[in-house]
Write a protein that binds this ligand. Structure first.
Ligand SMILES: [Zn+2]
Ligand SMILES: [Zn+2]
Length: 397
């Protein structure tokens, strides 16, 4: 690996910051301590600090030379409402709050790069270090954009990195086009007419209708969309009734839909509304559908994905970079930044969990798992990648 010595030398210092953030996790839009810490460090290193975007967001601006090119690097800062199972010293001190997605590590890797770039300034142009709140479902990226992120801090391109369990340490992955799916959720309320369960003919049974609708929805994925287009439709909640001898008035259905293409989401929504309405009507009931698109698909700009892969290859060697990695059906709010600016999202291997010595906890070291921990070995790898990305990007004419 071609790591930058000076970054390798500060690993212990940055690791201590990472573990401190891990021990003090904060949920979406409540990242006050984390935000303070990030702002203080950036300022101490001579970086111009801007606060208040999306509440707890922080932007560090570093200019050098007279170059007009600019680049945005984004890290997320929020934790999850999970009770940590790990028992190591830096385990969460906050009940039911945990850095189970490694955003503590993303923040640390970007800080390490910022420290190096501020000290040596090996570039000509502007670097915007974007520390965002509320990636986990709160659309913090969109909120920062609404608060003028790209008008106040212009970026020719924007990049983000996420640790990826089971991709080996020292490996990177990205892909041209869709990398993560859109996240959408739906609720269907079926209204019938309650009755005594012994006299169903006097009512309209919403439970029976709800079951027909759930069956019908599966036809959207298997019969309506093009087989080659990806989509997942999961009904995860069905609720109705309180007593075995009562036909209830209403039944409730809810779930999620993931796609890589807004046109596929359009098709799923349209068919869902039709199936719910007409199935209910056939049985004398009615159905109300609420369909909410919370995150769009994360779509990499092909040229920027190829550029990021080439930079990663410079750091870890070509054999350790997957430039056409299989997309995943998870979603990510960096999608909003990629709708606003060209750029790419990159996975950095977090390993198989061997970095947690025995006694650290039980269970797999997977994202959103109570036994997860970010692998500190990634700090110099990720930070070197960020530095080289800045140097190469700003040197382009
Ligand atoms: Zn997550
Ligand atoms: Zn995450």
């Amino acid at each position: 690996m071609n790591l930058i010595d000076r970054i390798v030398q500060v690993r212990t210092e940055i690791q201590a910051i990472r573990r401190d953030i891990h021990a003090h996790p904060e949920l979406a839009y409540q990242e006050h301590r984390t935000s303070d810490r990030v702002a203080q460090l950036l300022a101490a290193w001579g970086i111009e600090v801007h606060r208040g975007l999306a509440g707890t967001g922080v932007v560090g601006v570093l200019r050098n030379g007279s170059g007009s090119r600019s680049i945005g690097l984004r890290a997320d800062m929020d934790a999850l409402p999970i009770a940590e199972a790990n028992r190591f010293e830096h385990a969460s001190k906050h009940a039911n709050t945990m850095h189970a997605c490694g955003h503590d590590g993303h923040t640390a890797m970007l800080l390490a790069a910022a420290k190096y770039l501020a000290a040596l300034r090996p570039f000509d142009g502007t670097v915007n270090f974007i520390f965002q709140p509320a990636e986990e479902g709160g659309a913090g990226a969109q909120k920062m954009i609404d608060d003028g992120l790209f008008e106040r801090f212009p970026c020719d391109a924007v990049f983000a990195m996420h640790n990826w369990p089971n991709l080996a340490v020292g490996q990177f992955a990205t892909t041209p086009g869709p990398m993560m799916a859109s996240g959408n959720r739906f609720e269907i309320t079926v209204t019938g007419r309650g009755a005594h369960a012994a006299l169903p003919h006097l009512g309209v049974d919403p439970v029976f209708v709800a079951v027909q609708i759930v069956q019908g929805l599966q036809a959207i994925v298997t019969r309506n969309k093009k087989p080659i287009d990806a989509a997942v439709l999961s009904v995860t909640i069905i609720k109705a009734g309180d007593a075995v001898n009562v036909v209830p008035d209403t039944a409730f259905i809810a779930g999620g839909v993931r796609t890589f293409d807004a046109r596929v989401t359009d098709l799923v929504e349209e068919k869902m509304r039709r199936i719910a309405r007409l199935t209910a009507e056939a049985h004398g009931a009615s159905a109300q559908v609420k369909f909410e698109r919370y995150y769009p698909a994360t779509v990499n700009d092909p040229a920027q994905a190829a550029f990021a892969a080439a930079v990663a290859a410079e750091v870890v060697g070509e054999d350790n970079v997957f430039g056409r990695y299989e997309p995943t059906m998870g979603s990510e709010d960096f999608a909003f930044m990629l709708q606003a600016r060209p750029g790419a999202y990159v996975f950095i291997g977090n390993g198989d969990g061997a970095h947690r010595l025995s006694g650290h906890g039980e269970g797999p070291c997977l994202l959103h798992n109570p036994s997860f921990d970010f692998n500190d070995e990634l700090i110099p790898i990720g930070a070197t990648f960020w530095v080289r990305l800045v140097e190469r990007f700003l040197a382009q004419r």
